[in-house]
Ligand binder design. Structure first.
Ligand code: PLP
Length: 388
């Protein structure tokens, strides 16, 4: 028997879960099989739950600090998993990566200045630009032979009038694990044009077998000097509810500007459950993540095989990272609204609607595969019945 049981079904209804308990509100139907929000239906590993319970058993929940062990766990994990040496003083706490993206926009740009995104992309990037009164520039991803690529000529053009690039690395939703060459080219373009890179690496540990994640800031000292790296244990260990993440900035000036924003907003620390869970995850989580990604790969394989045999008009974008399947419905000939209605009303499946990811999202749906295989099988059968 495998050491970890990813097949186990866990009831999440009535656990204050966004994915389960907001279905009525989001889909207008509380019965859909929820495969939208990016958290996992696998249990948070036992070594993390144990650490949290131990802390919970201490009878006082007062103000608390981030311990030396907490920082060391982040530093060691980053070194052993990603071969990137970081220092404690480079790390700032934020209660999530979306807040950190917003703090970055506030720290490094003024109203009306340009911020580049690469759609289709994680949609809170758009809101961070718009709600802060900055200007969004789309460096549209290109599809060749079913796979996504960066339009570097366009990036160079857009960089000339921008201050910031919001990079999704690995990319949500298209599942690209950017190569060293691609990242170096992005870095060189940003260096030439004085563009700061906000590298959202929240999915950095969720890399499928055969691919490798290169932290943007690990590529060269020059690139590190213009890069703000956002990491978190939230996706890796399924602890998003604990809202704990780390922003790593080696450049003193960029770091002090970021920290000034944190001070102005009075963001100094998070909750101790987040700290102990992060520490336990980063200390003990290597074998668990390896097993997780093997299981996720098998879910991708199952889905790819099923679509090819049973629903060839729906195409799976070749997955490289994350547990998010980016499905191309364009060959079905249906409109986005028709696909959405059929998924929700007929198939009773709650996917993320492609167009919300911006330009290039039309005709696509995002399906979360971080669930026991039996649920993936069920979703596939429902898709077959609906779209055949
Ligand atoms: C690319 C990306 N960034 C950030 C987040 C969320 O970050 P947080 O919950 O830490 O704000 C997600 C969650 O899906 C994501 O996919």
């Amino acid at each position: 028997m495998d050491l970890y049981d990813f097949d186990k079904i866990i009831t999440r209804e009535n656990s204050d879960s966004v994915k389960y308990d907001l279905r009525q509100e989001y889909f207008g139907n509380a019965d859909v099989l929820p495969m939208w929000v990016a958290d996992m239906d696998f249990e948070t590993p036992a070594f993390i739950r144990k650490a949290v319970v131990e802390r919970a058993n201490h009878p006082i929940y007062g103000y608390s600090i981030m311990s030396e062990e907490y920082f060391q766990a982040i530093i060691n994990w980053t070194k052993t998993r990603h071969q990137w040496d970081i220092r404690k003083e480079w790390i700032s706490f934020t209660p999530g990566i979306v807040p950190a993206i917003n703090f970055s926009v506030l720290s490094y740009t003024n109203k009306g200045e340009g911020v580049i995104v690469q759609p289709p992309v994680y949609f809170p990037f758009f809101e961070a630009i718009k709600s802060n009164g900055r200007r969004q520039l789309d460096n549209q991803l290109l599809i060749h032979d079913g796979q996504y690529h960066i339009d570097f000529n366009d990036l160079e053009e857009k960089a000339k009038t921008s201050k910031l690039l919001l990079l999704s690395h690995p990319h949500n939703p298209v599942s690209r694990c950017w190569t060293k060459e691609e990242l170096t080219t992005i870095g060189d373009i940003c260096l030439r044009n004085n563009v700061i890179i906000i590298s959202d690496e929240i999915h950095n540990d969720l890399i499928l077998p055969g691919f490798k994640h290169y932290p943007m800031a690990s590529l060269s000292e020059e690139i590190a000097d213009i890069t703000v790296t956002c990491i978190a244990p939230s996706k890796t260990f399924n602890i998003a509810g604990l809202a704990t993440s780390s922003i790593i900035i080696s450049n003193d000036d960029l770091r002090s500007r970021f920290q000034k924003t944190l001070q102005q907003l009075h963001i100094f620390r998070g909750n101790f459950f987040g700290y102990v869970a992060s520490t336990a995850g980063y200390r003990h989580g290597g074998p668990w993540v390896d097993a997780l990604m093997k299981y996720v790969q098998e879910n991708f394989d199952y889905l790819a095989d099923f679509l090819q045999k049973e629903l060839p008009a729906i195409k799976l974008t070749p997955p490289e990272a994350t547990y998010l399947a980016w499905l191309d419905f364009r060959e079905t000939g249906l409109s986005d609204k028709q696909v959405k209605d059929k998924l929700i009303l007929d198939a009773k499946l709650g996917f993320s609607h492609g167009p919300v990811f911006g330009e290039g999202g039309q005709g696509f749906q995002r399906m979360n595969l971080a669930a026991p295989r039996i649920l993936i099988e069920k979703a596939c059968q429902r898709m077959k019945k609906t779209f055949n």
